[in-house]
Design a protein around this ligand. Sequence first.
Ligand SMILES: [Zn+2]
Length: 486
Amino acid sequence: MSVKILIPTPLRQYTEKKEVVEIEGKTAGEVLNNLSSKYSNLKKHLYNDDGSIRSYINIYVNEEDIRYLQKEKTSIKDSDIISIIPSIAGGVNVQEHELETKTKIDEIDLTNEEILRYSRHLIIPEVGMIGQKKLKAARVLMIGAGGLGSPVGLYLAAAGVGHLGIIDFDIVDQTNLQRQILHTTKDVGRSKLDSARETISEINPNVKIETYETRLTSENALEIFSKYDLIVDGADNFPTRYLVNDACVLLGKPYVYGSIFRFDGQVTVFQPKDGPCYRCLYPAPPPPGLVPSCAEGGVLGILPGIIGSLQALEAIKLIIGQGVPLIGRLLLFDALKLKFRELKLHKNPGCPVCGEHPTIHELIDYEAFCGITPDAQGLNGRQDQITVEELKSKLDKGEDIFILDVREPHEYEICNLGGYLIPLNDLPERINELDTSREIVAHCKVGGRSAHAAAFLKKAGFKKVKNLIGGIDAWAAKIDRTMPRY
Ligand SMILES: [Zn+2]
């Protein structure tokens, strides 16, 4: 008997690019074992050394998580579909989840201008004057004014949310314009917050906008979050996701989660009071390098438009207290097939932050937790890294340096330093192509994957290996301005 296993995008590189694999087996455990015997490179991504399934991987049979069935003993029928859901990073009646707002609606009035502006809301019974006042009373914080933040900001402002907080510290660059529709070509070089404030005010001058031009950190998150009723997460990295989750759980605030990668999107609402949180779903982050960011992996421009719009929709439903929110349900979107699927999420009683006996009572160091600081990866700070200026001067002096490019072949085609190409994921099998006696500088696009590669090579006994800080992007920005950036 064989069943279909759906392989998620980040893991397809280990299944000969197949999205669906048919595998024999009577239980979930047997099927996964047979899958990893067939595709041996997949095994280390699915299992820990002790043979248990890794915590950033969830296995679903149809729409249910096997942790809430019979785990690996869950029996499998012919028609079942097994999904592997790595972190990319029950229907409940919404009335019970109505948002608590700091401002009460009896303190709110609508002007005649506002009544006219929101007339198409006011004539829907489910919104009406009360719903519109709830929107005006609401204080929503957006994490990021990028791809997801763009539709979130535009639609929440247009809908009449009274207060929008936006946290971001980036500058608009040319590569943002393909999807970040808060910003236009003339905004390149401006701060994203200035550009977002201008666009949102043009759509609806009634919205009060508060901006925070800073990186969200463990030091400032609780103070900023405490001023808002609802958080909408448009973060593009794992440390921020865990930080947003833990801060929301500690403060008891709901948040709308969205994530995107190439053609795949995920949306859900985490309601820490009685629903699951992000750590219930993914107790630990994936190892650095496994799941590339949008900067490294790419994203179809319209995808954040769709996922961010769904996030805005969930935010509005929570505020007006109508409909069935995505609490306890993870919505998966496949843009290429135009398919939505829905998986059940459960509150994990053993969750370290929202469970019965939590072990996390305050915010932690999330970069270290996600293993993305050079030290956490086994690199010894500055000593194991090199700047583009230092590399240039060594090359100019004619020093013998082996440049190892760990990007993908299609990135190499865009621009390269003439380095030797071994994509990060192929490095373990192709390590014998490298000479331990030579001085090696590993680089990727911005320095994340190559830090992982350099740490891996050091562990394998390479002594003279360094990571190029900022990657080829820094080279194009500082050394060779004729080189295309992407
Ligand atoms: Zn939890």
